[in-house]
Design a binder for this molecule. Structure first.
Ligand SMILES: C[S@@+](CC[C@H](N)C(=O)[O-])C[C@H]1O[C@@H](n2cnc3c(N)ncnc32)[C@H](O)[C@@H]1O
Length: 272
């Protein structure tokens, strides 16, 4: 979508735009995850998210699972996990990572599951592609059983430089829709609360490894550097240190949020 395009005004129009956008992106994701150093980074990111799964969790949903690279890892820890994505083109790529996965083509804002069936709902980078964030999160909450857990990782814009860079990227790049957006830590916590979640953990994730190893389809020079896997490991360790340091964590490119359906969640209504 070009920089002159308007953001789709409704959730339905956005859903159609996301399907079109991800037809183009599906092969790029396969390319992205084809490098060892990129997979190393993704696996660390996945471990960060999977580490929040409460013991004994069995029914797990990955909402916006894309090409299934995360789902494949989830399957190793929690067999029988379900992946849902609005883009059939993205789901088709998942055959190469997780051929026997339970996959559903569908819209996160019209979930085809009975309420309260999941122990855990994951969202890795899908919320920022939707337009009604509270509605999306409310659907996540309704999909969870009482005491279930939402584990989410989304682009974080706390740092003004990151915010500006992302605003330019999202407007100019063919790989985003103009309405896609990053969040502040405070903002995403507030969205979760509006959707009836009690947020139990928030932490920043990813700086150097995210930038240099996360997207070799965009920024690929690490591909040509000998020892790129070792360098990525170093970046991962440094990023963890920075993200855990008060005052420096503002440099984190993503925010990992963990929440549980709050006590008053039953009364919260989907807004659209
Ligand atoms: C940035 S990609 C992330 C994919 C995957 N989680 C990963 O980390 O590789 C965002 C995904 O969200 C999906 N998506 C966007 N809007 C959606 C919606 N309303 N319902 C379900 N999936 C959606 C897109 O098709 C895309 O696969």
């Amino acid at each position: 979508m070009s920089s002159t395009a308007q953001a789709p005004a409704t959730s339905e129009a956005n859903a159609r735009a996301q399907i079109e956008l991800h037809k183009e992106l599906a092969p790029r994701y396969a390319y992205r995850y084809s490098f060892e150093f990129s997979r190393l980074f993704q696996q660390d990111w996945h471990a960060e998210m999977i580490g929040h799964v409460p013991p004994g969790s069995k029914r797990i949903l990955d909402l916006g699972c894309g090409t299934g690279f995360f789902l494949a890892e989830l399957e190793q820890h929690h067999p029988g996990s379900v992946g849902l994505d609005i883009s059939h083109a993205m789901l088709k790529v998942s055959d190469q990572y997780v051929p026997d996965a339970r996959l559903v083509t569908g819209d996160a804002e019209k979930l085809p599951f009975k309420p309260g069936v999941f122990d855990v709902v994951f969202c890795k980078g899908s919320l920022h592609h939707t337009r009604d964030h509270v509605a999306f999160l409310t659907h996540c909450r309704k999909a969870l059983r009482p005491g279930g857990v939402l584990i989410m990782s989304e682009p974080c814009n706390d740092n003004p430089i990151i915010r500006l860079a992302r605003a330019i990227l999202y407007r100019k790049s063919q790989h985003f829709d103009v309405g896609d957006q990053g969040f502040t830590k405070k903002g995403i916590v507030s969205l979760c609360e509006q959707a009836g979640f009690k947020v139990t953990k928030v932490k920043k994730y990813g700086i150097l490894a995210y930038t240099f190893a996360g997207f070799p389809d965009h920024l690929g020079f690490l591909r040509f550097i000998p020892g790129n896997a070792l360098i990525t490991r170093g970046f991962i360790a440094l990023d963890r240190l920075i993200c855990a340091t008060p005052g420096l964590s503002i440099f984190g490119f993503h925010v990992v949020v963990v929440g549980e359906p709050g006590p008053s969640a039953a009364e919260a209504e989907v807004t659209s």
